[in-house]
Design a protein around this ligand. Structure first.
Ligand code: ZN
Ligand code: ZN
Length: 272
């Protein structure tokens, strides 16, 4: 199988090193396909604290040109650079945001939710501390509504970190079980792939996004899957990938998807 990782960051957004260093590390690590997906965040809500970690909007052309420059330089028979972007979904301006991206030659556009309203989901544990279980459920519920909105939009190629709000161990209660199921069904209905994001293993939650339970439920509903590192530094470009493949197999997945020019291509999982 071709080993791919499409969800990764450089210092165009919140990654720690240059695009060049990320690409060189991916090639040296033996990945077959690798893509950066720096954050593109255009909120519909002026209170979102996005500026420090998203790509400055005016740098998008430069980002795309640089990715394509390295593609020309580094692609060979064993290694292919794919062009991607991680786009925050906002319910009232997503069409405008997506239309600004349509003339770029992206191989994939990742949908992400880092804000529930203006609540920053994955910035600081302190934002969650002091919330009641009811308030925690309310954040999850707003988050899940955005995931369903993403699925229904048909505007993206795959969804980032399905259960991101668990990052600091503030879990939803049983009251949300039906809403979780409804959300998975919407991903299935719209055939929007999810990722097995290995970065979660290093967060407070100590489990990948999503965890095995959600992964099994996703498999049962026929939601396509791919594996990504969400690397923010060169050492992480294929962080715990063999473990992730084993987990995907354990959940019942036999295939993963990869992307080329916004087309999803399925391939069999092997232990290679
Ligand atoms: Zn993200
Ligand atoms: Zn990311």
């Amino acid at each position: 199988m071709l080993i791919t990782s499409y969800h990764n960051h450089s210092d165009y957004s919140d990654g720690q090193t240059s695009a060049e260093q990320m690409y060189l590390a991916a090639k040296a690590a033996g990945l077959h396909e690798f893509g950066l997906s720096d954050h593109w965040i255009k909120p519909d809500n002026p209170n979102c604290e996005y500026a420090s970690w998203g790509m400055p909007w005016e740098r998008l052309d430069e980002y795309v040109e640089e990715c394509l420059k390295w593609k020309k330089e580094l692609d060979d028979e064993n290694f292919t650079i794919r062009l991607g972007l991680e786009v925050d979904h906002f319910s009232s301006n997503w069409q405008e945001n997506i239309s600004q991206l349509q003339d770029y030659p992206f191989d994939y556009i990742i949908a992400a939710v880092h804000f529930a309203g203006d609540f920053p989901i994955d910035h600081r544990a302190e934002d969650w501390q002091g919330l009641s279980q009811e308030q925690i459920d309310a954040v999850w519920s707003r988050y899940l509504a955005k995931i369903r909105d993403i699925a229904a939009s048909q505007a993206y190629d795959f969804l980032a970190h399905l259960d991101l709000p668990k990052k600091f161990n503030f879990m939803y209660s049983e009251a949300l079980n039906d809403e979780i199921e409804h959300t998975l069904q919407s991903l299935s209905h719209n055939q929007l792939p999810i990722e097995l994001n290995t970065a979660g293993w290093e967060k407070d939650c100590r489990s990948p996004y999503p965890d095995l339970t959600l992964l099994k439920r996703s498999r049962r509903l026929g939601i396509p899957l791919l594996i990504n590192a969400d690397a923010h530094q060169p050492a992480h470009v294929q962080h715990r990938f063999s473990e992730a493949r084993a987990l995907a197999l354990q959940a019942g997945y036999t295939q993963l998807c990869r992307f080329k020019q916004r087309q999803c291509i399925m391939q069999e999982i092997t232990h290679a």
